[in-house]
Design a protein around this ligand. Structure first.
Ligand SMILES: C[S@@+](CC[C@H](N)C(=O)[O-])C[C@H]1O[C@@H](n2cnc3c(N)ncnc32)[C@H](O)[C@@H]1O
Length: 411
């Protein structure tokens, strides 16, 4: 086998063939390491070049995004471990930097930090949307602390159809950590965007993710580092470390009995679970304490909305041209409440010339759940059609389970 130095001068060619960008984006989305897509010839090229190995480190664990918005330490360790194994199986001459990086990661402490991590989604422009997420798919009694496949699918579709959103007001149901909405606000000329959810911790992390990605650096008032924020994040981490989540999406959804409850009550952090708890340096709260608008971008608001106990006044404020939702159809017991909210937001009365439309992206885990949703919208007099899927796969989510976007309207 040729020595690394013999091939290093050829790196221009290697760069073209070796999809560093692809591996880097899979790494930042925290795609399970064993499921990462590598081309066989890439591993062979990597094995032959110290320079390429160094470039791979710079595109992943040593990338600046990794210092500001790190994936979990255990994920980075596992990535390095598998990378080294891969190279060893190619009988490679492995650069010292590879082993040093791995040993550094092994010596890092994990403790509570392993409950929350950042996942960063690379946009077509090359910039990243970095979201703080739980390392578990289900934690703290909610599925809302991770970004789900349907949100990524809907975000891909939005990126291909920005004209649908131009100058339109949008309300999102069950926003979770905000990927769909942040993409819409950044890449479509929306008139306004209301993020909604019902879970206190989800809303808190959502507010932080919005601040992180939609507020320009110069307008940030050290929002991440206020003592109060630090205290809340510490408590969320503590609560997350007490509740263990399921890593298997097939067990995470079903009949509503899937959630794992923690011993620690939300009331320990939040004075009133229906009130929004967001940083007042970034958000203006309305008098109901359920809706807050982002000071740096008045188009953006965040709202506590529980489909099971809606207030007419709040729904009135959320009426918009477009309703979005990703992965909210997974529990048959919640469908009637969800469809009631959908119907209220889509109904305009005979006088109005508004014709709102909803776009609901769902992972079809169960045909029964899908049918129950379609029957419920039909019996409320709503119409639906299936929207064409996005043509490009920008994100690296599991595509083995089908995802469908329905357009729903009252007309
Ligand atoms: C599977 S997660 C999807 C989150 C996000 N849309 C995504 O796809 O990543 C379902 C979301 O619906 C929210 N949700 C569940 N029941 C709700 C209810 N009764 N009212 C409002 N939101 C609810 C959860 O808090 C969670 O954020």
């Amino acid at each position: 086998m040729a020595t690394p130095s013999e091939h290093d001068h050829d790196n221009g060619n290697f760069k073209d063939m070796f999809s560093l960008r692809e591996i880097s984006s899979q790494f930042f989305e925290m795609v399970p390491v064993r499921k990462m897509k590598w081309k066989d010839e890439e591993a062979t090229l990597l094995a032959r070049s110290h320079e390429l190995q160094r470039q791979l480190l710079l595109a992943t664990v040593k990338h600046p995004v990794c210092s500001n918005f790190p994936p979990s330490v255990s994920y980075m360790r596992y990535f390095m471990k598998l990378l080294i194994h891969k190279l060893e199986s190619e009988d490679a001459d492995i650069a010292d930097e590879m082993y040093e990086t791995y040993t550094d990661l092994l010596s890092r402490s994990e403790d509570e930090d392993e409950t929350l991590c950042y996942k960063s989604y690379k946009m077509p422009s090359g910039e990243c949307i970095s979201l703080q997420e739980s390392v578990h798919l289900v934690s703290q009694g909610t599925t809302g602390l991770s970004t789900w496949q349907a949100a990524q699918h809907l975000a891909e579709w939005i990126l291909e159809n920005p004209h649908i959103f131009a100058n339109r007001s949008v309300t999102e149901l069950g926003s979770g950590l905000g990927l769909t909405g942040i993409v819409s606000c950044k890449y479509c000329q929306i008139q306004s965007y209301a993020f909604t959810d019902c879970h206190a911790q989800v809303l808190y992390l959502l507010s932080k993710n919005i601040e992180q990605n939609l507020v320009q650096e110069k307008h940030k008032q050290n929002s991440d580092s206020s003592d109060r924020d630090k205290k809340i994040l510490r408590k969320i981490r503590k609560q997350l470390s007490l509740s263990s989540g399921s890593e298997d999406p097939s067990t995470a959804f079903g009949d509503g009995k899937d959630v794992v409850e923690s011993d620690v009550n939300d009331d320990e952090i939040y004075s009133d679970p229906v009130e929004l708890d967001v940083s007042t340096s970034c958000w203006d709260m309305d008098s109901s304490h359920r809706i807050a608008s982002l000071k740096a971008d008045r188009r953006v608001s965040i709202c506590h909305l529980d489909w099971e106990c809606v207030k007419g006044k709040v729904l009135e404020k959320l009426k918009s041209d477009i309703i979005l939702a990703a992965d909210v159809v997974y529990d048959t017991s919640i469908i009637p409440a969800l469809v009631f909210v959908l119907k209220s937001l889509l109904d305009t009365g005979p006088e109005s010339n508004r014709k709102p439309k909803a776009y609901i992206a769902s992972t079809i885990r169960s045909e029964d759940t899908r049918d129950a949703f379609l029957i419920a919208i039909g019996s409320e007099g709503l119409n639906y059609s299936i929207v064409e899927s996005p043509s490009q796969s920008r994100f690296h989510y599991d595509r083995s389970v089908p995802i469908e976007i329905l357009q729903v309207s009252a007309h």
